[in-house]
Write a protein that binds this ligand. Structure first.
Ligand code: 2AM
Length: 568
């Protein structure tokens, strides 16, 4: 496995001249690819410093193998509310076990990625950092916790750790001239080119299709969007996600200015405040800093009372259906100046959506399948529409925008099987169908002969069966072999995708035994957890060897990269 690979890297380094005097193992835990990209950059920086670097996902190593690794550098994101990313789960299970062995010889450092808007900020990195210390390993430099704007702190940490390791590496081998020792080792694999279009410089695309998929009477407004790739040179793969740079609604900006009595023409960072609020700052979801500042200036407010209780659930309940404007209107007279306001806001972030097209069927346009989030809320005043920043931007304003900034977010783990003969099982209710529409097009166009099974569902068949005609056509063409539908509110009893999985357990297990890959996309907090539990039940019932045996079977699916998820 990995350790053999690691040894191979070392052997290669030892035989090669010049010699890398220290080889660090760079491990990443990633959900969306950011940590992996940083890990690659880190490995590159180490090699540039004349050191060796071996790169792998956390799940490819066991804690025991770490003891032999000498120097380990971990780059990990956190997923959901403080959970390990999917490709770090097995590693964490083993590392956190009471039986985990001591790691006295190990030297390590951790770079953590997270989003301070969530509970459990950088929790995965914190846990690994603390646990390694508990097991006796020595921390080389302090952990750095990066927020969504991770580029600068991450780069600084990479420079820092590369300098520390370079200083630690034996100064010279006997008989070798210093010049030889510090010469860079040959990279183990070519470094991935930095994508041309990225967060700092998104491609100015145009929205060329925008239609509602859900029917009248639906509780949701699910839309199909197409973005033109023009001369961008963007090459995507089925399973990738696309980042879209949103703009805030001008009407919301005006309301905010009015609530604070601010003039939109006030200069702010070289542009009128109005424009900066539209394009640069997160003005819907209130930041922690903003809430704190409002509570300080208006200690008698409901918000101040809720914050004083210090309970996450109470705060969440209070914030439900309230945006920053509601909080400011409830505390008139906060009197923030333009500078004070922008100092309290977080930068507006691009939103990532799973791509619903395949480049084989649609090379020049990326399709997205997105629910436009909107609801009217009054809080004692006239109801005002509250909505998702980017989904309503795409639905309402992007058609007229001169351009829509986009950049790719590759998801190398979420791919159709390389072997087209493999069967595929896909679980994607609601907009979770997006990557599976891409997979079906991909498998159809590439002539893959493996069977395809889709579990789809939503509230009502009449209004929510999106892409029904396409799925019918796939069935008729012999591309879609099984379609199991779960419309939860068309009968008295709730029926969910996992209900259908359990009903088809024997078949599902037979597909897995035939080598099927199992994919899940959609809601992480409830659906993906329940689907995971259902998968374990199915395996347990089919094998009849108890829950531990089923857990091990599922763990092996994960190790084999045959159980992968794109959940949010
Ligand atoms: P419900 O809203 O009727 O409960 C897409 O949102 C679909 O996912 C809906 O049909 C919704 O059903 C369903 N859903 C809600 N909770 C779920 C869960 N825990 N597991 C799977 N599906 C769920």
């Amino acid at each position: 496995g990995f350790l053999a690979g690691l040894q191979a890297v070392r052997a290669q380094d030892e035989n090669a001249a010049p010699v890398a005097t220290l080889t660090a193992t760079v491990l990443f835990g990633t959900q969306t690819g950011n940590s992996e990209e940083l890990a690659e950059r880190l490995a590159g920086a180490l090699r540039d410093a004349g050191l060796g670097a071996a790169l792998a996902p956390l799940d490819d190593v066991t804690p025991e193998s770490l003891a032999a690794a000498g120097h380990v550098l971990v780059v990990t994101s956190t997923y959901g509310e403080g959970e390990m990313p999917d490709n770090a789960e097995l590693f964490w299970e083993a590392l956190s076990a009471e039986t985990a062995g001591r790691l006295e010889e190990l030297r390590y450092a951790v770079l953590a990625l997270g989003d301070s808007g969530y509970e459990g900020f950088c929790q995965a990195g914190r846990l690994i950092d603390t646990r390694l210390e508990q097991l006796g390993a020595t921390r080389i430099i302090p952990r750095v916790d990066c927020d969504v704007e991770f580029d600068e702190p991450a780069s600084a940490w990479i420079t820092d750790i590369a300098e520390h390791l370079a200083a630690e590496a034996p100064a010279a081998l006997p008989g070798a001239s210093p010049a030889t020792v510090v010469a860079p080792a040959p990279p183990a694999k070519p470094r991935a080119a930095r994508p041309k279009w990225n967060r700092k410089s998104p491609y100015p695309s145009r929205l060329v299709a925008n239609r509602v998929l859900s029917g009248s009477g639906s509780a949701k407004e699910i839309r199909h969007f197409e973005l033109d790739l023009g001369d961008s040179g963007i090459r995507y793969a089925a399973g990738d996600a696309l980042n879209v740079v949103p703009r805030n609604a001008p009407a919301l900006v005006d309301d905010l200015l009015e609530a604070l009595g601010l003039d939109g023409d006030t200069p702010s960072d070289g542009a009128p405040l109005r424009e900066r609020l539209e394009t640069h700052w997160e003005i819907s979801t209130p930041s922690k800093d903003l809430m704190q500042a409002i509570a300080e200036r208006d200690p008698g407010s409901d918000l101040a009372a809720v914050l004083a209780r210090g309970e996450r659930e109470t705060l969440d309940a209070y914030l439900w259906g309230r945006d920053a404007l509601d909080l400011l209107r409830a505390s008139p007279g906060c009197g923030f100046t333009a500078d004070e306001l922008t100092g309290l806001l977080r930068p507006l972030q691009p939103r990532a959506y799973s791509i619903s097209s395949s480049p084989l069927a649609s090379p020049d346009r990326i399709h997205l399948t997105v629910a436009a989030v909107r609801h009217d809320e009054g809080h004692g005043e006239a109801p005002r529409e509250h909505g998702g920043v980017c989904s309503t931007f795409l639905a309402d304003r992007a058609d007229d925008a001169p351009h829509v900034g986009i950049f790719l977010q590759p998801n190398a783990a979420f791919r159709v099987p390389a072997d087209g003969d493999r069967p595929v099982i896909m679980v994607g209710p609601g907009t979770g169908i997006a990557p599976f529409r891409a997979f079906l097009h991909e498998r159809a166009e590439s002539g893959a002969t493996g069977r395809n099974w889709l579990f789809f569902g939503d509230q009502h068949r009449a209004s929510d069966f999106i892409y029904e005609d396409e799925l019918d056509a796939f069935t008729k063409r012999g591309v879609l072999h099984r379609l199991d539908l779960a419309f939860s509110r068309d009968q008295a009893e709730k029926v969910y995708v996992q209900t259908r999985m359990l009903a088809q357990g024997a078949q599902l297990y037979a597909w897995l035994q035939d080598g099927a890959h199992f994919y899940v996309c959609g809601d992480a907090t409830r659906m993906a957890k329940d689907v995971d539990a259902a998968l374990r039940r199915v395996v347990e019932q089919a094998r009849g060897q108890g829950p531990e045996d089923a857990d091990e079977y599922v763990a092996q699916l994960k190790r084999d990269k045959r159980y992968v998820r794109d959940v949010y």
